[in-house]
Design a protein around this ligand. Structure first.
Ligand code: G1P
Ligand code: ZN
Length: 543
């Protein structure tokens, strides 16, 4: 088999600091585009070269073509073995698990997460390191630097392999082991949670609906919920993965998972509802007529960790991303655990998990997870909730309300301004940063500013520093306003404004969130001059 070396041009499309490449499919289809990025991975990631590479994606349009291209480049670069999900399918958490289980050299995951799929929509690729997690900045930097100088890539002139046939195939001298994408992951879940207790819950007539949004979790949810846990057939809806997610936007939130939300707030609502995103790492959890914010979800899971056999008595600590509400902090304080505050992005949890400083972690953006893998994990969070519900035999609303009675309630909202002019957005953040100097001690409305800064994270494990991770304004009563620009948006800039207020008084736990936060929201808008600078009168999305 002769290796072909193709001359190519440097490119600089990967935003420094992001964990991979996410672009329109049309961009990925340009000659040598995907090839360049993949070659940069092989040129820079030389650890454990004898170990296998894990490969798979969320099944979106271009997944299959990309897999064939990557297999040929891997073989031409001397990779000896690839573990590939059947049909090219692996959810992001399942890929993370396989990397760890096979002690792999890393993994290549194809997904644009919750972004729409299809010929005119998004595609993405990222490299996960041997710990199973998203590449840290030093790795993405190395790949980025390589992309600025690349002038050739290696490939083979071999036919496509059959991605759908379990077993072993070969590409040149490289073995490709095609594995069932679901079974190892489902086995892992069975070790962590009390499947017997959850099965008994379903047998007692408990009803749930899981919306897979025509994305990758369909087969995982069917196997785990309907087969292994005995939930009635039909519990999983939109369970067949489609290349364009059925024209949907596979993002589990109240806007895009509206069908599910309407059902859970309707007359015939079941006990429990949940959804996951394109690649299976996000989750939304609902009770009958009740929405659980991701920030509260992390806090409730932490407080009830002993319900799950895999977590009983072994929580070392917890972490949340900086904009996530401080609900988990209150539980951690009561349990005598450390609570770490990290910048937005799952990669910042990796070091803490590897060093066993934390067991659980989460982000306000519908991401929750633990040390079982090194990615956030949608179905895992759903199973954790099922385990808690099975152990406590109370409704979701009762559990969360009781939680608020014990710890107080952190009212929380996020306002997103999408596709804002980039210069206007940068100007807004720069001006805010300048203002932070004078804010401490000032009164804004009825709130006294305790501190204001642009969040700087010092990683306690490797001492690396990440600057400018979001403007935070903390008030004396524990309320906060946070502003940051999205790193994942693909059009212009997305401004995210996060607002949080703490309410200890149980008599005030049932207010409408936007009303409870109205004064702080007004302060946030005025302080940043959102209307004047962006021309927007209201957010694109309110969560
Ligand atoms: C968003 C979320 C962030 C999450 C990331 C990847 O990033 O806010 O919490 O880690 O997607 O799922 P952002 O667009 O805000 O940079
Ligand atoms: Zn995702």
């Amino acid at each position: 088999m002769t290796v072909q070396t193709i001359t190519t041009q440097p490119f600089s499309d990967q935003k420094p600091g992001t964990s991979g490449l996410r672009k329109k499919v049309k961009v990925f289809e340009k000659p040598n585009y995907l090839e360049n990025f993949v070659q940069c991975i092989f040129d820079t990631q030389r650890d454990r070269e004898d170990a296998p590479l894990v490969l798979g994606g969320d099944g979106r349009y271009y997944n299959r073509q990309a897999i064939q291209i990557i297999l040929r480049i891997a073989a031409a670069n001397g990779c000896a073995r690839v573990v590939l999900g059947q049909g090219g399918i692996l959810s992001t958490p399942a890929a993370s698990h396989l990397i760890r289980q096979h002690q792999a050299r890393g993994g290549i995951i194809l997904s644009a997460s919750h972004n729409p799929g299809g010929p005119d929509e998004d595609f993405g690729i990222k490299f996960n390191t041997p710990n199973g997690g998203p590449a840290p900045e030093k790795v993405t930097e190395a790949i980025y630097r390589a992309s600025l100088h690349i002038n050739r890539y290696h490939t083979l002139d071999t036919p496509d392999i059959d991605l759908d046939c379990l077993g072993t195939a070969s590409v040149g001298d490289m073995w490709v082991e095609i594995v069932d994408p679901v079974s190892a992951y489902a086995d892992l879940m069975e070790q962590l949670f009390d499947f017997g207790q959850i099965r008994a819950l379903f047998q007692s007539g408990f009803r749930m609906r899981f919306d897979a949004m025509h994305a990758v979790t369909g087969p995982y949810a069917r196997e785990i919920l309907e087969k292994r846990l005995g939930a009635p057939a039909g519990t999983v809806i939109n369970g067949v993965p489609l290349e364009d997610f059925g024209h949907g936007h596979p993002d589990p939130n109240l806007v895009y998972a509206k069908e599910l939300a309407d059902y859970l707030f309707g007359a015939d609502a079941p006990d429990f509802g949940a959804a996951s995103d394109g690649d299976g790492d996000r989750n939304m959890v609902l009770g009958r007529h009740f929405f659980v914010t991701p920030s509260d979800s992390l806090a409730v899971i932490l407080a009830n960790a002993a319900s799950a056999p895999g977590y009983r008595g072994r929580i070392s600590g917890v972490a949340r991303s900086m904009p996530t509400s401080q609900a988990a902090d209150r539980v951690a304080a009561k349990l005598g655990l450390n609570c770490y505050e990290t910048p937005t992005g799952w990669k910042f949890f990796g070091n803490l998990l590897d060093a066993d400083k934390i067991t659980l972690c989460g982000e306000e953006s519908f991401g929750t997870g633990s040390d079982h893998v090194r990615e956030k994990d949608g179905l895992w969070a759903v199973l954790f909730w099922l385990n808690i519900l099975a152990a406590r035999r109370q409704s979701v609303a009762e559990i969360v309300r009781e939680h608020w009675r014990t710890y107080g309630r952190n009212y929380y909202t996020r306002h997103d301004y999408e596709a804002v002019d980039s210069d206007a957005a940068n100007g807004l953040v720069d001006a805010l940063r300048a203002k932070t100097v004078d804010l401490p001690g000032q009164k804004l409305g009825s709130y006294a500013v305790a501190y204001a800064d642009d969040f700087r994270y010092l990683d306690p494990i490797d001492d690396s520093v990440s600057d400018k991770q979001g403007i935070r304004i903390g008030f004396q009563d524990g309320s906060r306003i946070v502003y940051r620009l999205s790193g994942t948006g693909t059009e212009g800039a997305t401004l995210r404004v996060y607002v949080e207020a703490y309410e200890a008084d149980q008599a005030r736990h049932d207010l409408d969130t936007q009303q409870a936060l109205a004064e702080l929201i007004q302060i946030a808008n005025d302080l940043a001059g959102i209307r004047e600078r962006t021309g927007r009168n209201e957010p694109t999305v309110i969560t």
